[in-house]
Design a protein around this ligand. Structure first.
Ligand code: AZA
Length: 303
């Protein structure tokens, strides 16, 4: 059977450039700012013939996608506000290409924090003080000029040395885990929140950096202060607080690995490293638990 008369169809398409990396410097007199991004720009639309008929006339090249990101970074005043910058890219793409119906932009913002010298913020020097990143994902659809925005933070490593317990869990013939009332709790926070509005006029005026800072603070404050009964319970507390504080958000998801730190058995060396005497732990690289949840607002009830 030839390829063309198989009983198949092209179900979904999306293409563009990934891993477009750039550093944007803003020079404002003596003080300079910089933002380093990794950007993905993907397109969809009336492009089926490029797959099914080798028709390249509908292909905006992936090289053009890369140039678009770089040119808009050059022109934009908002590169450091990644949700706004991503909206600018998607808006340009749909204005520029009549046959493109969807633009997808994902941005990772890497960390460059201003250095201090003798206690004073330095005007043009920065430090990578953590591998945690800020993320966003923006989709713009020509039909109805709809925009969907998700923001996030990833790889924020935290650890607490007490204030975490885990007991009362389900037991069966395969359960060997001991209950604990005091354990190390460590995780790499991966969190995403979805904005309720799909209206680009509304979405242009949201204070995305402030919401990001606030959700990061809710996450770390709750992690530190909650007398944790489990990763699940602490996570839910973070989610309910974030939704209570930020009406612009429809839902919030976390994925938290439970990075196990296990007390070392030093009994063969004649040392007690158990119970209240446990202070040497092995940071177990794998396996780790993985706890995830999405918390969303209930639909408004119809009276
Ligand atoms: N949640 C925890 O907080 N700790 C655990 C789990 C869990 O589901 N399973 N083992 N240890």
């Amino acid at each position: 059977m030839s390829a063309s008369n198989q009983n198949v169809y092209l179900k979904a398409t999306r293409y563009g450039k990934d891993l477009v990396r750039l550093l944007r410097v803003y020079r404002e007199g003596q003080v300079q700012r910089c933002t380093e991004l990794t950007v993905r720009l993907l397109l969809d639309g009336d492009i089926a013939t490029s797959y099914t008929k080798a028709d390249n006339s509908v292909v905006v090249t992936t090289d053009t996608c890369k140039n678009t990101v770089n040119m808009l970074a050059k022109k934009s005043q908002n590169v450091d506000n990644i949700e706004l910058f991503a909206q600018e890219i998607t808006e340009h793409v749909l204005k520029q290409y009549a046959h493109i119906t969807h633009a997808y932009v994902d941005i990772i913002k890497h960390k460059w924090s201003r250095l201090s010298v003798d206690g004073k913020p330095h005007p043009h020097s920065f430090v990578r003080d953590g591998e945690d990143v800020q993320t966003c994902s923006v989709v713009r659809e020509r039909a109805g000029n709809k925009v969907a925005i998700k923001s996030g933070l990833k790889n924020l490593l935290v650890l607490k040395t007490t204030g975490s317990a885990f007991h009362g869990f389900y037991r069966d013939q395969y359960t060997t885990l001991a209950e604990t009332w005091d354990r190390i709790f460590s995780t790499a926070v991966d969190c995403e929140w979805v904005f309720t509005s799909n209206d680009d006029k509304v979405l242009r005026h949201i204070n995305f950096p402030a919401i990001h800072d606030s959700i990061k603070k809710i996450t770390t404050d709750t992690f530190a202060t909650d007398d944790s009964a489990s990763v699940q319970a602490t996570m839910y507390l973070m989610q309910t607080q974030a939704l209570a504080k930020h009406p612009e958000i429809a839902e919030i998801s976390y994925a938290l690995p439970n990075k196990h730190y296990v007390g070392m058995d030093l009994s063969k060396l004649g040392l007690d490293n158990t119970g209240k005497n446990m202070d040497i732990y092995y940071p177990q690289p794998d396996p780790s638990g993985l706890i995830t949840a999405t918390v969303a607002r209930k639909p408004a009830s119809k009276l």
